[in-house]
Design a protein around this ligand. Sequence first.
Ligand code: FAD
Ligand code: FES
Length: 255
Amino acid sequence: MGGKFVDNFRVIEIKALNSTNFLITIESENDLPEIHPGQFVNIDIKNAPEVFLRRPFSIFEVDYSKKTISLIIKILGKGSKKITEIKQGETLNIIYPLGKGFTYPKTNDNILLVGGGSGVAPMLFLAKKSGIKNVDIILGAKTKQDHINVDEYSKYASLYFTTEDGSLGEKGYVTNHTAFQQLSKFTKIYACGPYSMMKTIAKEAQKAGVFCEVSLENLMACGFGVCLCCIEPTKKGNLCVCTQGPVFNVNDLKW
Ligand SMILES: Cc1cc2nc3c(=O)[nH]c(=O)nc-3n(C[C@H](O)[C@H](O)[C@H](O)COP(=O)(O)OP(=O)(O)OC[C@H]3O[C@@H](n4cnc5c(N)ncnc54)[C@H](O)[C@@H]3O)c2cc1C
Ligand code: FES
């Protein structure tokens, strides 16, 4: 999947989506390379000596004509907080597009997308870019307030929600949702979210005999295969999640 670039992007919009999630749209002076759902950027955190390493974030939206990329940044610690404090007109230095994205579905596929927490961004990008009719998407969060507004995605997919407290959609985890109980009606399942969620989805997809790819959010540093801090043991050996992932076919994982 193409080369990677280091580039200074100008922040053209920063918008709070809820109390912890921000949408940041950044613009390059250069034409963008082809970018696939599941790929990510590694951001240099400026003016924060305590945050030494870059931080990885999935690419949420791309506009090739405007040369813009959008990211959804959830505040977790110092690095993500610092990014959300950036002002319009300032620059962000990123390395991109990193990693391998999801395998594109075929037009006659019936696909289920499952996103939890910050895993929502690549799932919405895939829903939009897949260009197919039969797309169901289950998005999970702790509470209604933790969900972002995704109404515009109803043109690309049937949207379902879960919350742990039942304040939006069905109560429980994404894997408790009614739509997740009929896995064999899907030809492909794609998921991104916390490790334990990926493991449960992988197990259920394998049980149902359905093709399944998951995107892993292992801790990363360099983002391009040098530091080996993101290693995942797989049936093909120890693989760097940043270069050989973050998307893996569940049959290749040692789970
Ligand atoms: C490929 C990839 C794509 C990602 N996409 C997104 C995205 O689109 N939006 C988004 O908001 N976040 C995304 N993340 C997660 C994001 O990279 C982390 O939230 C961020 O690096 C945390 O940095 P920090 O300095 O804010 O927190 P830190 O101060 O570094 O960490 C705060 C706490 O969170 C834990 N932590 C940090 N990173 C992770 C992680 N990846 N998984 C589990 N625990 C972690 C730390 O161990 C620590 O306990 C992605 C991660 C990866 C690997
Ligand atoms: S983050 Fe350095 S090798 Fe993957």
